[in-house]
Design a protein around this ligand. Structure first.
Ligand code: ADP
Ligand code: MG
Length: 591
C-alpha cells in the first residue's frame, strides 16, 4: 500500500511521461519472458541428442533450435534496451521536475528556515533525493517488473514439463520468499531507519568536530569535543552490529535456499533413478537443473528491489518534508509603510518543535531614526526578535509592524529594500570586491560602489589590493582580515541604503586595528536610519537612544544607559560585570 502511494507521488512528478514508465514495464516483462525461451530450445537440443545417440549425424534440428535460442536471447536484449530508453526518458523528467519544484518551493520559504537547515544541506537533500528517484524509475522499477514476471513464466514452464519436479523446485523458492518477507518486514524497516539515523548523526558530529578544531585548539577542549564524536561512532557501531546480527541467520538460510534448488533436484533424481530411469525423466531433470540459476538470479533481484523501494520511499519523504513547509504568505494588496518606525504589538513566537516560546508578549515601539540596542543573556531572544522584523519568520501571535503596516502586508521586495540585516559573519563571495558590494543593489554603477566603499572606510583596503576593486577575493595571496571583510560588508549595506538596519552582534569580530575604522563606518552608516543592534560589548550600546533587556523571551527592562544603571536590575549587573572585565583587560595589558 505504501509502495503504491510512493508510486503515485512519483507519477505526480512525471506528468504524461508516466505512460513511458508503464511502457518500460511492459517491455521489461516481455523481455524477461522471452529470456526463458532459449532454455526451452536448449532442452529440445538435449532431447534430440539423447534420442539419436550415439548416432549424432541423424540429428536434424540442432542448428535450427540453436539459432532460435540465439534469436530469442538477442530479441529479449533488444526489447529490454527499448524499455530502458522509455524508462530513462521518464526518469530524467521526474528528476528534473522534482528539482525544479523543490527549488521553486524553497525560494518562497521563510529565511529562517534556510538558516536552520543550512543551504548546503538543503541542496544536498534535494539533489540526492531526486537522484535516488532517477535510478529507481530508470532501472529498478523496470527490472522489478521483469523480476516478477520471470517466476510466473518459470512456474508455467516448470509445471508444463514435469509437475512433480516443478513442485519440488518450488519448495526452496517458497522458503526463500518467506525469509525475504521477514527480512524486509516492518520491524526490519524500523531497524534500518535507526541505523540510517545513527549514520546521519555520526556524519554531523564528524562535521561539527572538524568545525570545532579552532575552538579546540584555542581552549584545549579536546577530550570534550572528541567525546561526542566518539559517542556517535559507538552508537553507529551498536546499530550496525545489531542490524547485521539480526540478518545473519535469515540471510544464511535465504542464500542456502535459493542456491539449493538444484541440490534438492539432484538428490531426488538420485533416489528416483535407483530403480531404473526413463529417458523422459532424465531429460526433464536436466531441464530443471539448467534453469535453476535463473531462479537464483531472479529471487536476488526481487530481494534487492525491496531495499531499493525503501531507499526511494526515504528520498520521497525527505522531499515531502521540504514541500510541506508552508511558504510565507504574499499579500494580495500590498501596503506601503508610512515611515521607518518599528512596532511589536504583543508579539509571541515559538519555534517549530520547540517546547517553550522564544518570545512572550513582547511590545516595543521604535520611532523613525531611533537607535536601540537589544542586550541580555544568551538565549534571551534577541536574535529571534530581530529576525521577526525582517520576516525571517512570521510571529506566532501579535503583530510586527513597520511604519504602521504589518510586515505580512508588505510586498516581499519592498520589505527587503526597507530592512537590512547585517550578520556577524557576513561572508564575501569569491568574486571581485566590486561585485561583492554590487550584490546589494543590482545595476549600481562603479561610482556608486566606490563611494559606498569609501563611506565604509575601505579606502586603505582597496589601495593595497593589486587590482583595486576588481581584485577577486579568495584568490591566491589575497587575504582580508575579519575586520576588513566586515567593512566591505558594511559597504554593501551602505550601497543598499535601506532605512532600517538590524545588526546582530556585528562588532564581535572587530580587531583593535580595525575597531576605530569599523566604528566610524558604522557612524556613517547609522545616519538618519532606524537601527536595532544586538550587542554583547556594552561599550557600543551606551550611546543608544534606548536599551531593551531581553531575558527569557520577555522585555525585562528598558531605558537609556543612565536610567538602567541607576536602578538595580539585569542591565546594572551586566554593566558592573562588564566594567570589571574591562579593568581586568587593562590590568593585564599594563602588567
Ligand atoms: P539570543 O539571540 O538572545 O541569544 P535567540 O533568539 O537566539 O537568543 O534564542 C531564543 C530562544 O529560542 C533560545 O531558547 C533558543 O534555544 C531558541 N531558538 C533560537 N533559534 C532557534 C531555532 N532556529 N529553532 C529552535 N529554537 C531556537
Ligand atoms: Mg543571538
Amino acid at each position: 500500500m505504501k509502495k503504491e502511494s510512493d508510486l503515485k507521488k512519483l507519477f505526480g512528478y512525471a506528468g504524461a511521461y508516466k505512460y513511458l514508465t508503464m511502457c518500460s514495464w511492459i517491455l521489461s516483462v516481455v523481455s524477461a519472458l522471452m529470456a526463458l525461451a532459449p532454455f526451452v530450445y536448449i532442452w529440445r537440443i538435449i532431447r534430440e541428442v539423447l534420442a539419436v545417440a550415439p548416432n549424432f549425424g541423424a540429428a536434424t534440428g540442432l542448428a535450427r533450435n540453436g539459432w532460435m535460442a540465439v534469436l530469442f536471447a538477442v530479441t529479449s536484449m533488444v526489447v529490454y534496451l527499448c524499455g530502458l530508453v522509455c524508462s530513462h526518458l521518464a526518469a530524467f523528467r521526474v528528476q528534473a521536475n522534482i528539482r525544479s519544484q523543490a527549488m521553486h518551493h524553497i525560494v518562497k520559504l521563510p529565511m529562517g528556515f534556510m538558516d536552520d537547515f543550512g543551504s548546503g544541506k538543503l541542496r544536498k537533500m534535494v539533489n540526492e533525493s531526486s537522484a535516488a528517484t532517477e535510478t529507481y524509475l530508470a532501472h529498478q522499477l523496470p527490472d522489478m517488473a521483469g523480476a516478477y514476471a520471470t517466476p510466473v513464466g518459470l512456474l508455467a514452464l516448470l509445471l508444463v514439463f514435469d509437475w512433480r519436479l516443478g513442485l519440488l523446485s518450488l519448495i526452496p523458492v517458497m522458503l526463500a520468499f518467506a525469509i525475504m518477507g521477514s527480512m524486509t518486514g516492518a520491524k526490519m524497516k524500523k531497524k534500518m531507519e535507526e541505523y540510517q539515523n545513527s549514520l546521519d548523526t555520526m556524519s554531523n558530529e564528524a562535521v561539527e568536530y572538524v568545525r570545532g578544531i579552532p575552538v579546540v585548539k584555542t581552549f584545549g577542549q579536546s577530550v570534550f569535543s572528541f567525546k561526542r564524536f566518539k559517542n556517535s561512532i559507538d552508537e553507529y557501531e551498536k546499530w550496525v552490529v545489531s542490524y547485521t546480527k539480526d540478518l545473519r541467520l535469515p540471510m544464511t538460510i535465504y542464500t542456502t535456499a535459493i542456491n539449493a534448488v538444484f541440490a534438492v533436484l539432484i538428490a531426488v533424481g538420485l533416489i528416483v533413478t535407483k530403480n531404473g530411469v526413463t529417458n523422459d525423466f532424465l531429460l526433464n531433470l536436466l531441464f530443471y537443473i539448467i534453469i535453476t540459476p535463473v531462479i537464483t538470479v531472479t529471487l536476488n533481484r526481487i530481494m534487492y528491489s525491496s531495499e531499493n523501494t525503501m531507499v526511494v520511499a526515504d528520498a520521497l519523504e525527505r522531499i515531502n518534508s521540504i514541500m510541506a513547509v508552508q511558504p510565507l504568505s504574499e499579500p494580495s494588496a500590498p501596503k506601503h509603510p508610512a515611515d521607518n518606525s518599528v512596532t511589536l504589538a504583543d508579539v509571541s513566537f515559538q519555534y517549530k518543535d520547540a517546547k517553550a516560546n522564544a518570545l512572550t508578549h513582547v511590545a516595543l515601539a521604535i520611532r523613525p531614526g531611533e537607535h536601540v540596542a537589544l542586550v541580555g543573556p544568551s538565549g534571551g531572544g534577541k536574535t529571534t526578535l530581530a529576525s521577526l522584523v525582517a520576516r525571517f519568520w512570521d510571529a506566532t501571535d501579535g503583530e510586527v509592524k513597520i511604519g504602521g503596516v504589518n510586515v505580512k502586508d508588505m510586498a516581499k521586495e519592498e520589505l527587503m529594500n526597507t530592512v537590512s540585516f547585517v550578520f556577524q559573519d557576513s561572508k564575501l563571495l569569491k568574486t571581485s570586491i566590486l561585485e561583492n558590494v554590487r550584490m546589494a543593489k543590482r545595476g549600481a554603477s562603479r561610482e556608486e560602489v566606490l563611494s559606498a566603499l569609501h563611506a565604509a572606510q575601505c579606502g586603505d583596503i582597496i589601495e593595497k589590493l593589486p587590482h583595486g576593486i576588481d581584485t577577486v577575493v579568495g584568490t591566491k595571496g589575497i587575504y582580508l582580515s575579519g575586520g576588513e571583510q566586515q567593512r566591505i560588508s558594511i559597504a554593501r549595506v551602505m550601497l543598499k541604503n535601506s532605512p532600517i538596519l538590524i545588526l546582530d552582534e556585528a562588532t564581535a569580530f572587530a580587531d583593535p586595528d580595525n575597531e576605530v575604522k569599523v566604528q566610524s563606518a558604522f557612524t556613517e552608516l547609522f545616519k538618519d536610519k532606524t537601527v536595532i543592534m544586538i550587542a554583547h560589548r556594552l561599550s557600543t550600546v551606551t550611546s543608544c537612544d534606548r536599551i531593551y533587556v531581553l531575558d527569557n523571551g520577555m522585555i525585562a527592562e528598558s531605558g537609556t544607559h543612565e536610567e538602567l544603571t541607576a536602578q538595580s536590575g539585569i542591565y546594572n549587573a551586566m554593566w558592573t560585570q562588564y566594567g570589571k572585565a574591562a579593568k581586568w583587560k587593562v590590568g593585564t595589558l599594563n602588567a
